[in-house]
Each structure stands twice: as C-alpha cells, then as structure tokens.
Design a protein around this ligand. Structure first.
Ligand code: TYD
Length: 321
C-alpha cells in the first residue's frame, strides 16, 4: 500500500491516545483528524477535503462492562455514528465501505460448535446489541441502496497498545503492579484470541479483496478459558498466583465465543499466523518495556472507572483455590 493516504478520524474519548501515533507523526501518508463520526458535517468535510475512496469503520465504544454501566454512548457511536457514515457514503458515492464488527453479535456458544457467517444475530449485551444494530444498518443500506459495503466480524484481539480495561492488558498491568487479578465467575468462559497484527492483516484483506455484500469471520483459532489465560500471564509476569481473585460474574456473561474463519481463508487467503503462546509472551514483554505508557494510561479517569467496576466486586471476592 505504498501510495495510500490514510486519514484517521478519531474522537479521542477515554481509550483514544495520540501517544500511540507518535511513530506516524512525520509520515506524509497519514493525516490525523480529531472528531466524531456522529457529526455529519465534519464527516462530509473530511471526505470531500481528502477525496476519500474507501472507509474502514473501526470507530466504536467496545467494552462490554462499560455498556452495562451506561449504554447510551454505545448507541450514539455504534448505531447512530454508523448511520451517519452510511448516509455520507450514499450521498457521496464512496466506492467501498468496510464495517468492522465482532463475534459478540452472534451471542454465546454452548460447549460445541463455531460461529459461521450464517449464525443468527442474537446479541446479549448492550455493547453487542449496538454493534448488531450497526451491522444491520450496513446490511440494509447494501440491500436497499446498493451501497458497496462489506462486514468483517472478529473474535477478541490482543497485543501491544491495548487499553487496560480488556482482560489481557488489565491482568498484565495488575500483575506487574502486584494488584488483585479479578476473574469473573468461575473463569471458565472461553474466548478465541487473535493477535492485533493478524487482525490488521485481515482488515486489509477484506478491504482490498472481499466481495461486496459479504460477511467475513476472523478468529485466532485459540479457544482458551479465561483462567488459563490469566494463569499464563501470572507465570510470564512472575507474579504470585495468590493475586487471582474470583469476583462476582458479569451480568449476562457470554460463556463461549469461537469463530469458523474458513471463509476468509478460502476466499482471501488470510489465516492467523501468530501462535498464542508466543503472542502472549511478546505482549507481556511489551507491557514490561512500556511501564510509563501504562502508568500514564492508568492515571486520571481510568482509576475512577476501575473503582466503579471492581471495588465492590473485589470486596466480595473469593481467593484462588
Ligand atoms: P473482555 O476483554 O472484556 O472482552 P469480551 O467480554 O468482549 O469478550 O473480557 C474477556 C473475558 O474475560 C470475558 O469472558 C470476561 C473476562 N474478564 C474477567 O474475568 N475479568 C476482567 O476483569 C475482565 C475485564 C474480563
């Protein structure tokens, strides 16, 4: 993609961080614009000014626990924001629109089976309901208005620069700080972890070569119970296993996600290339080497969120068995 110009539109809410873009500061192919996808005038202005010909829509409120505390920002950005983008794409005749979504729109799996692109949409959390709302609008605009849209749905991503509200960076940063590791419920919920670089390759594959109107599932082929992931983090961080605390479960907690990614492999030649053991060890090493980044990210608003989310849970915790 040597000739591409990328315009990065980001509202910089709590998890957005310009510090993560310092490598691109002097890159003439990257332009940063601070703004909200829900602002139609701004989106239209950016599209005209930069003659945009493809949109990768990755802007979202993404944390399930926050959606349980307050759902409205999820509907505003993930549903209404997506609608604004679709209306501008329609009005301006943009040739390609890629919606980035999640396996969570498919609901929860029992002990067997995988989500395919044909699995019915049955979201369980306010977060996944808002992503499903966005996906359904994309589908409807494609069907009704012939918009050149595609959808990619991914399992849980992990890797460097992830905001430490998500399981893996939260457990790594707590383990390094000698703080409790709050495992929800019995810790036997299963997630299918995909490395962020594999995720990024999948986004490009679908954007460049996917068939319009299609959905592509992406997964890491790593189906691990949370407790096993947390156990590996404890070992890699050389922390004490006694930090593990079983805390009251997340309401409505989905038991298992696992993706069948055979369609994107067959049609576009993408498959996950990072093995989880190596990827997790590298991620722990990144957080170890970037302790100052972690400290800055965890100061300020993060602490207030952490207390709201965890103080009473930890007070009701049971230590590791
Ligand atoms: P999370 O990273 O929030 O992703 P998602 O809920 O979107 O899959 O959580 C991953 C799993 O880890 C999920 O089963 C919830 C669990 N979890 C904990 O047990 N403790 C925690 O503190 C967090 C943040 C998550």
């Amino acid at each position: 993609r040597p000739q591409w110009k990328v315009v990065n539109l980001d509202k910089l809410t709590y998890a957005g961080n310009l510090e993560n873009l310092t490598d691109l500061e002097n890159d003439p192919q990257h332009v940063f614009v601070r703004g909200d996808i829900g602002n139609r005038e701004l989106v239209d202005h950016v599209i005209r000014t930069h003659q945009i010909d493809s949109i990768m829509h990755l802007a979202a409120e993404s944390h399930v626990d926050r959606s349980i505390l307050d759902s409205a920002p999820f509907v505003r950005t993930n549903v209404v924001g997506t609608l604004v983008l679709l209306d501008v794409v329609k009005a301006r005749g943009i040739p390609r629109f890629l919606q980035i979504s999640t396996d969570e729109v498919y609901g929860s799996l029992g002990p067997e089976g995988l989500f395919t692109e044909e699995t019915p949409i049955t979201p369980n959390s306010p977060y996944s309901a808002s992503k499903a709302g966005g996906d359904l609008l994309v589908r409807a605009y494609q069907h009704t208005h012939g918009l050149p849209a595609l959808i990619m749905r991914s399992s849980n991503a992990y890797g460097p620069y992830q905001f430490p509200e998500k399981l893996i960076p939260l457990m790594i940063s707590n383990a390094f700080a000698g703080r409790s590791l709050p495992v929800y419920g019995d810790g036997m919920q299963v997630r299918d972890w995909v490395h962020v670089e594999d995720f990024a390759e999948a986004v490009l594959a679908v954007l460049e070569r996917g068939r319009v109107g299609e959905v592509y599932n992406v997964g890491g082929g790593n189906q691990l119970p949370n407790l096993e992931v947390v156990g590996s983090i404890v070992r890699l961080c050389e922390a004490s296993p006694s930090l593990i605390q079983y805390v009251p479960d997340r309401p409505g907690h989905d038991r298992r996600y696992a993706m069948d990614h055979s369609k994107i492999t067959r049609e576009l030649g993408w498959k996950p290339s990072r093995d989880f053991t190596t990827g997790l060890a590298e991620t722990v090493a990144w957080y170890r080497a970037n302790a100052e980044w972690v400290a800055r990210v965890r100061s300020g608003d993060y602490q207030a969120y952490y207390d709201t989310q965890y103080a009473s849970r930890l007070a009701a915790a049971k230590p590791a068995r």
